[in-house]
Design a protein. Sequence first.
Length: 230
Amino acid sequence: MTIVHDGARLRLSVFTGGPFQENTYLVHCVDSDRCVVVDPGAATPELVEVLTRAGLTPEAIWLTHAHLDHVDGIPALVEAFPVPVLLHPADLPLYRKAPDQARAFGLPFGGALPEPETTLSAEGSLTLGAATFEVRFAPGHAPGHVMFFEPNAGVALVGDVIFQRSIGRTDLPGGDTQTLLASIRQEVLTLPDATVLFPGHGPATTVGEERMGNPFLLPMTGGSSGRTLA
Ligand SMILES: [Zn+2]
Ligand SMILES: [Zn+2]
């Protein structure tokens, strides 16, 4: 576990593990001592230990999307803490297929997935104590992909939309490159440059860093990183 954001109100910790090195986030409002888990993946057993030791009970699981590596920790988490799972309705088919996908990869899947609440929508926001997260609909990597942006803390949990110097793959079922690029233009590049982006894989970055240096975004940002005009 690594604490990756320790603001006045909000503390974010990341737990990384499994063959996909997926990032599971614990989002903790320090004032109210309320917390949620975003995208419980392979590192969930370590997260459960940390929660138990700290005497913390999460109140929900928020999913950015329903790919296998972002949901395979749910059975272990809900066994320890029976909490609701929030998912965008357009990712429900992926969610239902996750255990089959695990079998196809020859990976263990530790139990049944509970029925999610498909209440996340583009206009929505989620409150966690003193923090309010905007739910931003950002399809392209997955049809029902959302991001969670907290403007006061200046943080966004972006799942597999954008990574440090990369973007989400679009060759999986329901993926579409032009849709993803439009999502990044409308939902990521419109955030303040200082916003810290916490992705589903790899290290955190900022909107400003990606605006300047993400090679996949150069056509839309006009950045000049490493590109020659010869
Ligand atoms: Zn994914
Ligand atoms: Zn992923």
